[in-house]
Design a protein around this ligand. Structure first.
Ligand SMILES: [Zn+2]
Length: 256
């Protein structure tokens, strides 16, 4: 069975437009410039694996008509990846089954502290998640719907985040770690979905120049730029990027 990947959101931590109406260089009349906070979902049959829970999760699932989540894998603890955890309560109510959530030890510890009522009974609401510490190699799902993963620690400013590799695809939404260029795990990819925040240097994200350097060195069949802020207009990127690099947009679907 073939898996698909859907980009639910490809925006930076504040999205495009920002809450105060700032669009930056992004043209308002292009729907592909409306970017919710970064997250994605892998779909293989009835196996729905959500990567990160953005603050925009409710509308991301509604607009893509997704009514089930089999597992959640987190890249790191930042608010734009974890503040949508609360939104998954109706999925628990609907399926009456705790949702397995995976992350590194640090991330799992932090989300359990910040959102304790979602993980243990603190009042009248039942907990909805079961925490799991992620392994470097693991699989999610059953029989022909199973997806095999590798998780690799990468630098993201002062913290680490996890890059996920599955079905010859790497998803690295938050990093400024140029050492990935030398890592064998990221070679021979079909898709590289990579952080590309803006033009100017940033302490925890790749610039456009750095993302393109990673693309040139790793040579995947296709690179998809994500975590885009309002510097980077969709049509501008389409014009200047090499043929095998494309900007993501919310709702972009690829067959893996
Ligand atoms: Zn981050």
């Amino acid at each position: 069975m073939k898996a698909k990947l859907l980009i639910l959101g490809c925006g930076s931590s504040v999205g495009v437009p920002r809450i105060d109406g700032v669009w930056g260089n992004c043209k308002k009349n292009n729907k592909k410039n409306i970017r919710s906070r970064s997250s994605a979902i892998i779909i293989k049959g009835t196996n729905y694996i959500l990567i990160d829970t953005s603050p925009d999760l409710k509308y991301q699932l509604l607009s893509n008509k997704i009514k089930n989540i089999s597992s959640v894998i987190l890249t790191h603890e930042h608010a734009d990846q974890t503040n949508g955890l609360f939104e998954l309560r109706p999925i628990f109510w609907r399926h009456k089954k705790k949702i397995n959530i995976y992350g590194d030890t640090h991330t799992i510890k932090l989300i359990n502290k910040r959102h304790d009522y979602l993980f243990k009974k603190t009042g009248s609401y039942p907990p909805i998640f079961k925490s799991n510490i992620i392994k470097s190699k693991f699989s999610l799902g059953e029989s022909n719907e199973k997806v095999f993963f590798k998780s690799i620690k990468v630098r993201h400013g002062k913290i680490n985040s996890l890059a996920y590799i599955f079905e010859k695809t790497a998803y690295i939404s938050d990093t400024n770690d140029l050492s990935i260029i030398k890592m064998d795990e990221f070679k021979n990819l079909k898709y590289l979905i990579i952080d590309c925040l803006k033009f100017k240097k940033h302490p925890s994200h790749f610039t456009l120049k750095e993302s393109l350097l990673v693309h040139q060195k790793l040579k995947p069949k296709k690179t998809i730029l994500t975590n885009l802020n309002h510097d980077l207009d969709y049509n501008y990127l389409i014009k200047i990027l090499p043929r095998d690099v494309v900007p993501a947009y919310d709702g972009l679907k690829i067959s893996l």
